[in-house]
Design a protein around this ligand. Structure first.
Ligand code: FAD
Length: 437
């Protein structure tokens, strides 16, 4: 029998530097071999065969493969159902232990439980670590040891706790010679998995200190070329380390960027503690709202044809590049829930299909915030005015014109709904629903 290996199962942590699971795999003292599974259960459910996320994954896995080849090793890459793949791996390799980083989504937690049980049946250890967040589940709790459901006190506590200890990088580089020496294995192509390339380049994985420094001033203005970092896809798939980024953000004087990383942690812990948010309102009384759910209006919103320029610009940006500026995400989401009275779950699912940075926790948090049903909700009678928002954050229509070039022509649609009426209708509908409970 050959020497047992430590396998490290990469999922949302596609990097060799500063990776907790990889570090612990090295510390096991055995030769280490990374594994990645293109999860068939997830990929087969995607409607669109031109999916930026899948393309990004293939690109990044090939990059890892190149890095590992230079180190005389490889990554095992499979396309299949995780449980079937693990059964195969157990029969093909002599595995001592498996290492992975925590994943907080309901599906992922169930998957990991199944795989952990399977490995245990074969006397293989399954060891998991925190990696994709700075603080997880029970690390930042209220004085009563309960989870926070309001952001401001959470962020105060989070920031106090964030000492350099939590920002230290795992020095994986020191152990690279411990990768198992073997020849490169093939990586499935997009075509083999039934996808086609979108053929776009993705944002760079580094962000200059100057952006983080001026972030507070720029971040609300979607027309500015470097208004925000565009690192979301990298944070989503772990091609950057959140610790690296937080260290950078902690060093600059203004801490606004660091606060965004705190929002990210906040929504992860909300999803972990309150998994019902995936399907229901965080505040359950909001599930009494009688949504209008007009399909024709929903279609117009999706296509960016509502007649509200800032909403249309945002939706077209999303449809074209798979990303939308945060300020505009808030405006488009609020418009769908309040002006059109369409269930936030419809909008959430649409964003879920289109966003290259789609992340269940942040997307759900953002949508429930917009609908008023979430943890940190503004009072329901506060309804964004899309015209005023545009005046404030895109005063010269620069962003709008980029995505809505026909703005001043007769081809541009009339508003789908009148603002004052829609605002009052939303308030009345919400009030009625909340009175019922
Ligand atoms: P930056 O402004 O540069 O922020 C840096 C990083 O901080 C982001 O990459 C992200 O990881 C994190 N971050 C920033 N704002 C938030 C926030 N409000 N909540 C959680 N994390 C945040 N973000 C996602 O990563 N995936 C989503 O699916 C997603 N869906 C959203 C849906 C709605 C309705 C709303 C209002 C927000 C959503 N966000 C989502 C949060 C935010 O809009 C994006 O993280 C941000 O626009 C990504 O661009 P950036 O990397 O340039 O962000």
């Amino acid at each position: 029998m050959s020497e047992p290996l430590s396998l490290v199962w990469l999922r949302r942590d596609l990097r060799l530097h500063d990776n907790a699971a990889l570090y612990h795999a090295f510390k096991s003292g055995r030769p280490v071999l990374p594994v990645f599974i293109f999860d068939r259960l997830i990929l087969d459910a995607l409607d669109d065969r031109n999916d930026r996320r899948v393309e990004f994954l293939v690109q990044e896995i090939n990059r890892l493969q190149d890095e590992l080849a230079k180190l005389g090793s490889t990554i095992i890459v499979r396309y299949g159902k995780p449980v079937d793949v693990w059964k195969e791996l157990i029969s093909q390799y002599t595995i001592g232990d498996v290492f992975a980083n925590h994943d907080y989504e309901v599906y992922a937690k169930e998957r990991d439980k199944t795989i952990g049980d399977l490995l245990a049946e074969h006397a293989i250890g399954f060891h998991t670590s925190k990696d994709q967040v700075l603080f997880e589940r029970d690390e930042v709790l209220t004085g009563k040891k309960t989870p926070y459901t309001v952001f401001t006190p959470y962020s105060r506590n989070w920031r106090e706790k964030l000492t350099d200890f939590y920002l230290k990088a795992y020095p994986t580089e020191t152990y690279f010679k411990q990768f198992w020496k073997t020849k490169s294995l093939p990586v499935p192509t997009l075509d083999e998995m039934g996808f086609e390339p979108v053929g776009e380049s993705f944002p760079p994985r580094a962000t200059p200190d100057s952006l983080i420094d001026s972030y507070k001033k720029t971040r609300d203005f979607p027309a500015l070329p470097h208004s925000t970092s565009q690192l979301s896809i990298h944070l989503r798939f772990g091609t950057v380390s959140v610790r690296d980024l937080a260290r950078q953000a902690k060093q600059v004087e203004d801490k606004t960027f660091l606060t965004e990383l705190c929002w990210r942690d906040f929504y992860f812990q909300v999803l972990d503690h309150f998994p019902h948010v995936e399907k229901q309102s965080f505040r359950r009384e909001y599930d009494q709202i009688e949504w209008r759910n007009n399909e024709a209006e929903f279609e117009k919103w999706c296509r960016g044809e509502t007649g509200y320029p800032i909403v249309d610009a945002g939706m077209r940006q999303l449809n074209t590049i798979g990303w939308m500026h945060n300020r505009v995400r808030m405006i488009t989401a609020s418009f769908l829930c309040k002006h059109l009275l369409i269930d936030w779950r419809w909008g959430e699912a649409y964003f879920g299909k289109k966003l290259r940075d789609y992340d269940l926790s942040a997307n759900n948090g953002g949508w429930q915030w917009a609908a008023g049903s979430g943890t940190d909700a503004a009072p329901y009678f506060r309804v964004f005015n899309p015209t005023l928002q545009a005046k404030r954050f895109d005063a010269k229509d620069v962003y709008i014109r980029e995505w809505v070039p026909e703005l001043d022509t007769p081809n541009y649609p009339k508003p789908i709904v009148e603002h004052t009426m829609a605002r009052q209708r939303a308030i009345d509908t919400y009030r009625k629903a909340l009175k019922k409970v």
